[in-house]
Design a protein around this ligand. Structure first.
Ligand SMILES: [Zn+2]
Ligand SMILES: [Zn+2]
Length: 245
């Protein structure tokens, strides 16, 4: 908040109050993700870390990898994790079982740094596991992985922020608010800009979209309640729908 609230105040893409529509829903997502659900995500990542370390067949690949200099290793990890998460994200829009959880993220009708936290816990585990697979497979320490998670998390807040940045000539190299806001556009129906960090993935696979301006309207055409509890419960227990009108 200390970083993004002043940035959004000075460079606001849309005029909206700090406590804008559905602010409380997104704040609840932030609170419970940080205090509760993150434990599940961390457990999954730690389990994978131990599983990979016990998998001796991966050792020759790790040795080859660790012979390269650290800068190249990091570049490889970022590239591979973005490749995986590009397809992981794209599939979560195409496979109904995955969309059932990912659509929660797309119900946001106003975007800012806080809206980045609107994510179903299962969608969060799915995303974090996929994005960290290359680093875990190549034997990076959990400390290094944690640093990477924080960096990606902050970038996630940035691309959701209520700012119009398109990053000029770097727009193919680094994800920006303008590109990700089009991923949330109501009319485009999430058919573009699936990459978070490296838009070059969208260029490679034909989903890059940048008309040079910000979208007008965000969200999806779905009747699910926009309050926290139904957004958490209904993807898992759809029969509870009648209680959350
Ligand atoms: Zn999406
Ligand atoms: Zn988003």
């Amino acid at each position: 908040m200390i970083m993004f609230a002043p940035l959004e105040h000075v460079f606001a893409a849309k005029r909206q109050p700090f406590f804008r529509k559905e602010w409380l829903t997104d704040f609840a997502f932030h609170l419970f993700q940080t205090l509760l659900w993150t434990k599940l995500t961390l457990f999954s990542i730690e389990w994978l870390h131990h599983s990979f370390n016990a998998f001796i067949w991966i050792m020759p690949v790790r040795n080859l990898f660790s012979e390269q200099n650290l800068f190249l290793q990091i570049l490889w990890i970022v590239f591979l994790s973005d490749f995986l998460i590009y397809w992981g994200h794209r599939l979560s829009h195409q496979i109904p079982f995955l969309w059932n959880f990912h659509k929660i993220h797309h119900t946001a009708v106003a975007l800012d740094w806080l809206a980045a936290f609107r994510e179903h816990p299962f969608d969060n585990i799915y995303t974090r596991v996929i994005v960290n697979l290359p680093a875990l497979a190549m034997g990076f320490s959990l400390d290094a992985v944690a640093g990477y998670v924080i960096f990606r998390g902050l970038w996630g807040n940035f691309i959701h922020s209520n700012t119009p940045f398109g990053l000029g000539p770097f727009k193919y190299i680094l994800g920006s608010p303008r590109l990700h806001h089009w991923h949330h556009d109501f009319d485009k129906n999430s058919r573009c800009n699936f990459a978070n960090l490296m838009p070059v993935m969208d260029v490679m696979f034909g989903t890059f979209y940048d008309p040079g301006k910000m979208p007008e309207k965000y969200g999806i055409d779905d009747s699910i309640s926009h309050r926290y509890l139904p957004q958490i419960l209904l993807p898992v227990f759809p029969f509870l729908r009648k209680f959350f009108r």
